[in-house]
Ligand binder design. Structure first.
Ligand SMILES: Cc1cc2nc3c(=O)[nH]c(=O)nc-3n(C[C@H](O)[C@H](O)[C@H](O)COP(=O)(O)O)c2cc1C
Length: 286
């Protein structure tokens, strides 16, 4: 799947995502009201090969969501709606709209690290995670996935999400980080800090997936720095059953998706297995 955020706020984005060869598409996180997000600069490439962004959950709001979902369904795609909220009520309202529009799954954004009152501000408190997941699960007839970020509480929050009814966990969102311009001596991002993505966070994602799998053996969607089949394979071995790619889809997305799939196919065969599922969490069995 694509990771929520870079595309997926408009029907035309879904058309583009559909051409990448993905098994499912994930929308941008939708909130109840439209959000403009922060002013530029909101994203930049880092010298370590990653990105840092503080977009501020810019999205057109829940009124525009049905068209996005309908476009995904029209194209025959499994369509997962990323839902944001700063209150239980907002999470439930956006989820209800997603369900009415025909979403195949809901992914709750409990991990965005740079938007006050949203994402990690909710998801780093295990009790909040439980409340949100429970409230949405109780109104949803489709699977609810909790997407969490990197915080001190990620194992506990994962447990609470599962207890609240999450069918799977998406791990991880971007990791809090910042950059300073050495000539102006000022933080570069308008929001001062943002979330880092891409290759530098991959080993962190591997560790989070590994820890959570060891504790609960849930179904995990691994995300963070996947650029090629090796980085994908590591997350699978740590415990991920499905994968999302975000930053690496910014250039030559079709080639990236293809080479990951091809590489994984060869890798599974070379190790003498038949299905990827046989390799999920294999790093734990020693
Ligand atoms: C520009 C940008 C916008 C993002 N927006 C969202 C978002 O709206 N909702 C969300 O859950 N994650 C969002 N993310 C996080 C990604 O979905 C993903 O968890 C993170 O980038 C790590 O994956 P990657 O290293 O493959 O990019 C965003 C990431 C980037 C770079």
């Amino acid at each position: 799947m694509n990771a929520s955020g870079v595309l997926g706020a408009l029907p035309e984005h879904v058309v583009r995502l559909a051409s990448y060869g993905l098994a499912a598409v994930v929308t941008k996180t939708f909130t109840e009201k439209p959000r403009e997000g922060y002013g530029p600069p909101i994203i930049l490439r880092l010298r370590n090969g990653g990105y840092i962004n503080a977009v501020g959950l810019a999205n057109p709001g829940v009124e525009s969501l049905p068209q996005v979902v309908r476009k995904g369904k029209e194209l025959g795609l499994v369509t997962i709606v990323s839902v944001g909220g700063s209150s239980l009520d907002e999470f439930v309202k956006v989820s209800t709209t997603a369900l009415e529009a025909g979403a195949d799954m809901i992914e709750l954004n409990l991990g965005c690290p740079h938007t006050k009152g949203y994402g990690l501000d909710v998801g780093s408190d295990p009790a909040n995670v439980y409340e949100v997941v429970k409230a949405v699960s109780s109104v949803s007839r489709v699977p609810v996935i909790a997407k969490l970020g990197f915080s001190d509480n990620y194992v506990k929050s994962s447990g609470k999400a599962l207890e609240g009814g999450a069918r799977a966990l998406t791990l991880i969102n971007t990791v809090r980080a910042m950059v300073i311009d050495v000539y102006s001596a000022k933080p570069i991002l308008t929001n001062v800090f943002g979330g880092m993505s891409g290759p530098p966070i991959h080993p962190i994602a591997v560790k989070v997936v590994y820890d959570v799998y060891r504790e609960y053996e849930p179904e995990i969607v691994g995300v963070g720095g996947v650029t090629d089949w090796v980085s994908a394979a590591e997350l699978i071995l740590a415990g991920a059953k499905a994968l999302q790619v975000g930053s690496a889809l910014t250039a030559k997305p079709r080639e990236v998706v293809n080479s990951i799939l091809e590489g994984l196919r060869e890798w599974v065969a070379e190790l003498g297995y038949e299905r990827i599922e046989d390799l999920v969490g294999l790093a734990h069995k020693r």
